[in-house]
Each structure stands twice: as structure tokens, then as C-alpha cells.
Design a protein around this ligand. Structure first.
Ligand SMILES: [Zn+2]
Ligand SMILES: [Zn+2]
Length: 265
């Protein structure tokens, strides 16, 4: 299962694509949207066009009018009018909208909580959470059971680049419940515990402590094994704690060495 979305806002948000086209689309759009929200702070009415554009973007993320109306607590018809005009009065579009409604709609993001449960999204955060739990000593069979999955489905989940929102939410809630707990105090035997940890270590799966809850779903984020990953000092800590140096640490060391060569040359 790979994404069929075009590069741009929806692909950035849902598939985690970080290519130039997607990054540019999101950065430009963020500026325009903040501008539109600010304009509303000192005007009784604002242009409806940015709101319409945002509704269209949300729709491209499979976030329809009904759901947006629920999130911002307005009648769906009020959004319908912004999007499609009033057919009974000709097809002219609504040109202006109250700033509070504009800001509320413009602030809706296609997040895990907002999206429809069957929407396919990137599996990055789901994989990170599951592999982190295994690295912390939770056996895959135990996790599969908690997720209501067979061992086979659990394994194939780890191999997929996309998951549906329902699965991602379920994994997130299991992760939130377990990541601070000791598996051995929750019915996991000492041997399965050690086997899971060894399995995680052999795959270099980052444990929960290496992830930040705010960025674990961001494809650009990397696990911080040492507390200083991505800085020149990271590699020393890696060798001290016996974890192979991660990519950001290796790059930081290369850069530091190159800088040192330049100053001594
Ligand atoms: Zn892209
Ligand atoms: Zn590192």
C-alpha cells in the first residue's frame, strides 16, 4: 500500500512526504493562512476565499464538511454556503465571513484525532511506537493481543508504509498506556522480556525514552538515544552506553572533523 496522493499539502500532512514540493506547499500555505487569521483581528468581516481554500485542502485530506462542522461546532450549512454559495440565489459565492468562523475553520488541521478512521496515512509514528515498545521488552505476541491482532497481522503491519487512522489511534493509545510501565509487572515473563529487548537491540529499534511525544509522528524527527544525538558529543555517549552511533551523530562528527581540518589547514 503506497500513497496515490499528489505532492502538496495532503501528501505532506498524511503521508509524511518531505520532498521539496510538499515542503514548499505547506510553508507557503502556513504563511497565507496565518495572514488570513491575523487580518480578522481588526475587521468585522474577512474574505471568505482563504476559508474556502482551506475547506478544499481539508477535503483533499479526506476531511469532509460534515466532520469540519463538528470540529468547529457550526451548522454544516454555514460551511456549505462558503464552499458552494447559495444555489437558490444563483451560484455566486459568499465573499465575506465573520472572522471568528474564519479563524476556527483555518485552524482545523488533518490530525490523527480529526481525520476519518478509515483514512490511510503514513505508518511512521505507528512503527516507531510498536518497535519502541518491543525494544522496551514488550513481546510482539503480547502487543498483537492487546491490539486484537493475530501475530501474522502484527508482522505485516510492521512491513506496511501506510496504515488507516483507526489502527494508528489504537497503537497510540496502547503506547500511551504501556511506554512507562515495566513489562515484567504486567504479565510478561523474564525470558520473553529479554528476548524482546534483544530483538529490539539487534534491529537498533529506539526505545520510548529516545522519542519525543510531540515529534514521534514527524518523519523528519530522529530518535535521541543519548540526550545529545545530532551534536558532535553524541558519538562519545553512544560508545559509553554501547549503542551504535546513529546517523545524525555520525554526520555531526564528520562535520566537526571537517571543521577542525579547515581551521588547522
Ligand atoms: Zn512530496
Ligand atoms: Zn545519536
Amino acid at each position: 500500500m503506497t500513497s496515490t496522493r499528489d505532492h502538496g499539502y495532503a501528501r505532506y500532512k498524511l503521508d509524511g512526504c518531505r520532498c521539496y514540493t510538499c515542503g514548499w506547499a505547506v510553508a507557503q500555505y502556513r504563511d497565507a493562512r496565518e495572514h488570513a487569521i491575523r487580518r480578522g483581528e481588526w475587521q468585522p468581516y474577512v474574505d471568505a476565499a482563504p476559508v474556502r481554500e482551506h475547506l478544499e485542502r481539508l477535503r483533499a485530506c479526506s476531511l469532509g464538511l460534515r466532520r469540519v462542522a463538528e470540529i468547529v461546532h457550526v451548522d454544516r450549512k454555514r460551511l456549505q454556503v462558503i464552499l458552494n454559495g447559495r444555489p437558490e440565489r444563483g451560484t455566486e459565492l459568499q465573499e465575506q465571513v465573520r472572522p471568528a468562523l474564519a479563524a476556527a475553520v483555518l485552524r482545523v488541521e488533518p490530525t490523527l484525532d480529526n481525520l476519518g478512521s478509515a483514512t490511510p496515512i503514513s505508518s511512521v509514528g505507528t512503527h516507531r511506537r510498536l518497535t519502541a515498545l518491543v525494544a522496551a521488552g514488550w513481546p510482539q505476541a503480547h502487543l498483537a493481543k492487546r491490539l486484537g491482532m493475530s501475530d501474522g497481522n502484527f508482522s505485516s503491519l510492521l512491513g506496511r508504509s501506510q496504515v488507516i487512522v483507526r489502527t494508528a489511534r489504537l497503537v497510540r493509545s496502547v503506547y500511551d498506556e504501556l511506554w512507562l510501565s515495566d513489562p515484567r509487572e504486567h504479565g510478561v515473563g523474564t525470558q520473553p522480556f529479554s528476548r524482546a529487548r534483544n530483538h529490539g537491540a539487534s534491529h537498533q529499534w529506539a526505545p520510548p525514552g529516545a522519542w519525543d511525544e510531540d515529534t514521534i509522528d514527524d518523519p523528519a524527527a530522529f530518535p535521541d538515544w543519548t540526550g545529545r544525538c545530532g551534536t558532535p558529543g553524541g558519538c562519545h555517549i553512544h560508545s559509553r552506553i554501547g549503542v551504535p552511533a546513529c546517523q545524525p551523530c555520525r554526520i555531526a562528527r564528520q562535520k566537526a572533523r571537517a571543521a577542525a581540518r579547515d581551521t588547522t589547514a
